[in-house]
Structure formats: structure tokens, C-alpha cells
Design a protein around this ligand. Structure first.
Ligand SMILES: CC(C)(COP(=O)(O)OP(=O)(O)OC[C@H]1O[C@@H](n2cnc3c(N)ncnc32)[C@H](O)[C@@H]1OP(=O)(O)O)[C@@H](O)C(=O)NCCC(=O)NCCS
Length: 151
């Protein structure tokens, strides 16, 4: 497996992260409707954006959000967004990024992280299951709610 590293955002990596190209049809899954509706209520102080580097190349982006006091349990320690460059998919970048978010959540005292996704052929459901999320419910918008236990 390649030697990936995690970095905080810089002026340069933000541009690269914004420019990540996905596979056809994947873009539609980037922002579940549930999150679109919940976004305004997020605590900006709890946002945890990181890029995944392969050497000096940005190959992925992950955004977590933490708010122990959030009204909805699925907004307390959540994977908000994850994307991996088309040419780097299937090489473990996504798994690495989720692991990093899990480590961060554990360090902050959470015992699980959650994620919401829409079902669909080009969607991330198989990935989330492969890295350990289990479906624990549906959101009011009919999307999947997954949880990864951090014990
Ligand atoms: C979902 C996504 C982040 C996965 O990233 P990735 O780097 O390709 O995933 P990995 O290589 O780390 O794969 C980890 C595991 O998931 C599995 N997996 C990943 N994508 C899969 C797919 N489309 N179908 C089946 N299994 C898949 C891999 O086989 C691997 O399993 P294994 O370790 O048991 O062999 C990437 O496909 C992506 O950017 N998708 C578009 C954006 C998106 O939908 N984001 C989620 C909502 S914000």
C-alpha cells in the first residue's frame, strides 16, 4: 500500500482538494440531502477538514464534524464528506482517511462515528460497509445512516 499522509488545509491544498475529479455519476452523492438541511446548524469550531497526500500530490479530501452537544446524534461525530481522485480510487485512500477520522474521534472521546449516504449504483454504500460502517437507521430524508463503532 502506498504511504499516504494526512495534512491540514493550506492555500495550495484547498485548491487541489476543490479540483479533485471524480468518476462519472459520483458527484451526485457528495452531499446527501440530510446534510444539506443540517449544514446551517453545524458548529464551525467542530469542523475537521483534511487532505490525503500521496507524496506531494493531493489524492483525497475528508471532512469530519464534531459537536458533542448537537441535538441529533448523527451530527455529533460525523463524516461529512469524503472524496478520492478518480485515478487514486481503489488504492486504500478512502480507508486511510476514514481511519484518520476514527482516530481523531476516539481522541476526542467519542465511541462511534456516523455517516449519511444516499443509495445508488455509483454511491459510496459498498465502501462504507467495507470499512466497517453498519446501517443503523434511515434519516427523515430516506437516506442511510451508518455508524462505525470505535471500541
Ligand atoms: C467512496 C470513495 C471515497 C472510496 O474511496 P477509495 O479510496 O476508492 O476506497 P478504498 O480504496 O480505500 O476502498 C476501501 C474498501 O472499500 C471497497 N470499495 C470502495 N469503493 C467500492 C465500490 N464502489 N464498490 C465496492 N467496494 C468498494 C474497496 O474494495 C475496499 O475494500 P477492501 O479493503 O475490503 O478491499 C470514492 O469512491 C469516492 O471518492 N467516491 C465519490 C465521492 C463519494 O461518494 N463520497 C461519499 C459521500 S460524501
Amino acid at each position: 500500500m502506498a504511504d499516504f499522509t494526512l495534512q491540514e488545509l493550506t492555500a495550495q491544498t484547498i485548491v487541489a482538494a476543490n479540483g479533485l475529479t471524480l468518476k462519472p455519476g459520483q458527484e451526485a452523492f457528495l452531499e446527501p440531502e440530510t446534510y444539506t438541511h443540517a449544514e446551517e446548524g453545524l458548529d464551525p469550531a467542530g469542523s475537521w477538514p483534511r487532505v490525503v497526500m500521496d507524496g506531494d500530490r493531493v489524492v483525497g479530501y475528508i471532512m469530519g464534524t464534531f459537536d458533542a452537544d448537537a441535538r441529533e446524534e448523527y451530527l455529533r461525530a460525523a463524516l461529512w464528506r469524503i472524496e478520492v481522485a478518480e485515478g487514486a480510487q481503489g488504492m486504500g485512500v478512502g480507508r486511510f482517511a476514514v481511519q484518520a477520522l476514527a482516530d481523531e474521534a476516539r481522541a476526542r472521546g467519542f465511541d462511534r462515528i456516523t455517516v449519511v449516504w444516499a443509495s445508488g449504483e455509483a454511491g459510496p454504500g459498498a465502501f462504507f460497509k467495507a470499512v466497517g460502517f453498519q446501517i443503523v437507521g434511515q434519516t427523515p430524508y430516506g437516506e442511510n445512516l451508518g455508524a462505525l463503532q470505535l471500541s
